[in-house]
Design a binder for this molecule. Structure first.
Ligand SMILES: [Zn+2]
Length: 88
């Protein structure tokens, strides 16, 4: 009878470590017209990608050579800084 927890947090996959985590433990990156930004509101329109709020995952992505090819946007230094600013 206790199968369903009262609070159900949506699960999303981190694109760096490929682990499923609570949405609130992840940073959403939204891509619109080929431009990626950090979606602090979690409500922006566009293709969304998720990354752990973990500097290791962010660094891993930053070193990913075929990243742009795979996901269709560039993980620029500016974007990385923006992501790091959203870790807290
Ligand atoms: Zn991760």
């Amino acid at each position: 009878m206790t199968k369903m927890p009262n609070k159900k947090v949506p699960q999303r996959m981190c694109i760096a470590c490929r682990q499923m985590k609570d949405k609130f433990d992840l940073i959403r990156i939204v891509v619109k017209d080929g431009i990626a930004t950090v979606d602090a509101t979690n409500k922006a329109n566009g293709r969304g990608y998720y990354l752990c709020k973990d500097v290791n995952c962010i660094e891993k992505m930053a070193k990913h050579k075929s990243f742009q090819k795979q996901y269709g946007f560039e993980l620029s230094q500016q974007l990385i800084e923006e992501i790091k600013n959203n870790l807290n």
